[in-house]
Design a protein around this ligand. Sequence first.
Ligand code: AMP
Ligand code: ZN
Length: 114
Amino acid sequence: MPDCIFCKIVKGEIPCAKVYEDDAVLAFDDIQPMAPVHVVIVPKMHIPTLMDVEANQSGVIAQMVQAAQNVAQIKQIAARGFRTVINCNSDGGQVVFHLHMHLLGGRKLEDQLG
Ligand code: AMP
Ligand code: ZN
């Protein structure tokens, strides 16, 4: 998608602080971190929202979860714990319309989700 900021990061057209990469997924530090560890995990394929994941694309979710495990190890927060969030559309607070998972940790997170 030409105007998609995360597609541009995947293609290397916009720089990022890369944390983890494999054939399907790229993970990088969030530019406006909400916790000491705040990583954005994006599939390399452009899928706008969680609602756009087709049944035959469900593997991408598994690959994002595998990436989250790797990111937690790399950031050394796997044992302490962390939170993963996927915002979807307006009420979910989605701003960038390229599917992504937030991985937050490095401090005790609040109990409420919103
Ligand atoms: P969301 O509200 O779920 O769409 O989250 C989008 C996230 O992407 C926000 O936390 C932004 O801070 C983050 N973000 C936007 N642009 C960049 C960028 N160039 N590099 C890293 N993170 C970004
Ligand atoms: Zn995109």
